[in-house]
Design a protein around this ligand. Sequence first.
Ligand code: IMP
Length: 188
Amino acid sequence: MMKIILATRNAHKVEEMQQLLPDLELLSLPDDAPDPEETGATFLENARIKALSAAQHTGLPALADDSGICIDALGGAPGVHSARWVSEENWIPEVLKKLDGKVGSERSARYVCVLSLMAPDGTILAESEGTFEGRIAGEPRGNNGFGYDPIFLVEPDYAQTVGEISTEEKHARSHRGVAARRLYENLH
Ligand code: IMP
């Protein structure tokens, strides 16, 4: 089994990636690894920055996930800045405030996940992307998942948020699930 460093300190991402990639031996990022600045303008650039930094530090291939939520009414924001545009407790209130007065398809959004698996010398071993279409709910519902999941309504009927569906259902449909399955295909 290929030993791979998972280049993230986000515990939710670690948990989801371990469930999604059971055939890879995913090792956690060592405590002394640097936290590179995510200066990229795209998910792919940021995924590569994180993967390369972790691979160079450890001497092992590293897999990075860069992801976020893109809201059409906000011109695709917060996008690559989803983790940092406001403090974490304000992620959901801020989105709801900015979408006040918008209804139906005016609340369309998508999650995007880009994965990059890189060798210590910078060789790209595999990359993939997944998206998950939805709409922003009027108020948060459900405790499953993390981040924006309580306000992300799942298509096609937009009846439930990701916070209300099971982990299995999230994996079957989510941006990270799609990207993980594509990564496997690219690796084989
Ligand atoms: P990154 O660590 O810079 O890639 O930031 C990713 C951010 O996007 C997370 O901290 C969340 O705010 C958001 N995000 C990404 N994937 C998900 C998800 O599956 N559910 C909810 N929020 C997510």
